[in-house]
Design a protein around this ligand. Structure first.
Ligand code: IMP
Length: 197
């Protein structure tokens, strides 16, 4: 059993990571180890933020740990919200407000604007004090309105290229994890860790 701290307070991410990594992994959260404050993410890139979050937990606990940082890039917004995806509308990690702003910014670009988009994810693993990064991406487009109730974040407006026009909030957790940015990066991390044993 590989025990790792996942540097997140997002319950949706924790559930996904547990499913993706499977029974060979036991995941702890920062809260399990007494870290209850919000972990800062002030970098300019996904890789920097992901490293900053993992390092925050490593420096305080000395435990093997990992963090992810994800950005949604929309073509007609020149790659925004990108690294600012969590705080697009405000400082409060408000998923609904972020979606409202996203749809309105795309609307302003007019009917011909490209709604093509992708999630990019960088996972940073700190194991025995050394740092390793893994990347994943998922391609799709932004729907004109919210649809579905599953998942979190931008899931209700993100239509992956592969499920016949459904949003991520309309497909099963398993279907999302099989193609997602986080799935790809965490499966790479798991394969690397298993190769070290
Ligand atoms: P962060 O990695 O927590 O900084 O995520 C950045 C933003 O992207 C947050 O608003 C998340 O909710 C959102 N996000 C991250 N992963 C996903 C996902 O799998 N689906 C939808 N939104 C996501």
């Amino acid at each position: 059993m590989i025990q790792l701290v996942f540097a997140t307070g997002n319950k949706g991410k924790l559930a996904e990571a547990s499913d993706i990594l499977g029974p060979g992994f036991q995941l702890l959260t920062p809260a399990d180890l007494g870290i209850t404050e919000e972990i800062p993410e002030t970098g300019d890139t996904l890789a920097q933020n992901s490293l900053q979050k993992a390092m925050y937990v490593y420096e305080r606990t000395g435990r093997d740990c990992f963090a992810d940082d994800t950005g949604l890039e929309v073509d007609c917004l020149d790659g925004a919200p990108g690294v600012h995806s969590a705080r697009y509308a405000s400082d409060g990690h408000d998923f609904d407000a972020n979606i409202v702003k996203l749809l309105s910014e795309i609307e302003k670009k007019g009917p011909g604007a490209s709604r093509k988009a992708r999630f990019r994810c960088v996972v940073t693993l700190i194991i025995s004090g050394s740092v390793h990064q893994f990347e994943g991406r998922m391609d799709g487009s932004i729907a004109p309105a919210k649809s579905g109730t599953r998942g979190f974040g931008y899931d209700p407006v993100f239509v992956p290229d592969v499920y016949g026009g459904k949003t991520l909030a309309e497909v099963s957790e398993e279907d999302k994890n099989n193609i997602s940015h986080r799935g790809e990066s965490l499966r790479s991390m798991a394969a690397w860790l298993k190769g070290q044993q």
